[in-house]
Design a protein around this ligand. Sequence first.
Ligand code: PLP
Length: 393
Amino acid sequence: MTVKEKDDKYFGRGGPALNLEVEKAKGSLIFDPSGKKYIDFLGGAGVGNLGWGLEEVEMAIRNSERPSYVYPHFYYKPWAELAEQLAAITPEHLTTSFRATGGSEAVDAALQMAMMYTGRKKILSIEGSYHGNTFGALSVASSSNGKKFHNLLSGCEKIKPPLEKNALQEIEEKLKGNEYAAFIMEPVIVNLGVVIPEKDYMEKLDRLCKEHGTLLIMDEAITGFFRTGKFFASEHYNIKPDIMCLAKAISSGYAGMGAVMTTDKVAKAVEGKVGLYSSYGWHPVGTDAAIATINYMLNNTEELLDNMESISQLFKDELPKLRFREEPEIRIKGLAIAVDVGDEDYASEIKKKAVEHGLLMNTEGSSLSFLPALNIDSKTVLEGIKILKEVVE
Ligand SMILES: Cc1ncc(COP(=O)(O)O)c(C=O)c1O
């Protein structure tokens, strides 16, 4: 049986796979067993901020005398070190990290913490968004999830984009009753095709949450770790989120990792009230990968940001030159890139054809979505855009 036949027969998937069997990955390139090269604009959907197989992270996970496992209720030096590092790189008021195995678990934990802290059950979020696959995460994401599962968390309400004056009025009306435990969103909504909220919107939202005792949760699973040009996308705005969810790029793809960052006040208040036990949360391998990832980012910040800026500009210059069926709307924040081609089927068709031609991307509705590594070089980007040109023209 071929790999594809075995996969079809035995392997459960939420949807069809892209036609690529991965054998090797290095930097921004992925190779199949025949040696065919694929340019990676997909970046593991936000995991590969430093590209694949970065030596500094690879060495950290290989060269360790670490224990194979540490029980969550023991002390372990690298956990304390990683928590200290996270407190240093996230906004100053976020001082405490809770462990998770990934983004979904982090989002669920954040919702639980907000409910416990406030004693409230309602949650507000953005319509059509995505926050993972636990029941909590599904409850605060697209309302269409409620058609599949009729027993999602009750009291979850959604604000429809566009995120401007009317949305803020609706939020104010809802929060006024002091019934909402939390408002959760991505600070740049990558899962809606890189929707970039206005500064005013975010700052008023922050003020409204503070006024009405609603915790503001920023889900930085994709936007964290320099994806949008700041260490965390929340830093683009003058806001003070009460909770931040981190995942994906935190461990450069070497192991499942997530974290919930919160204030000392919230952390102390929920201690002993929410379980938050996670057998594999911050596994020693993932912890070493995360520490090495963050160290690399701290030691190479200027270089990474300079490269990001010039690559971001390259996409801004080159993408408008492509002749799609209709002129697309292009939304770019750092290296979170969406090309809205106006039609979901057309976007999927491009994604499928691009794989055949050796270019990898994601789609979000009618948008092509690119999350390339922050250290991708301009030659590789131009090669990828040339493939995209062949595909669409
Ligand atoms: C914004 C956001 N939150 C949470 C998640 C869930 O993360 P994970 O797949 O690690 O559970 C994702 C995954 O794509 C995400 O994009």
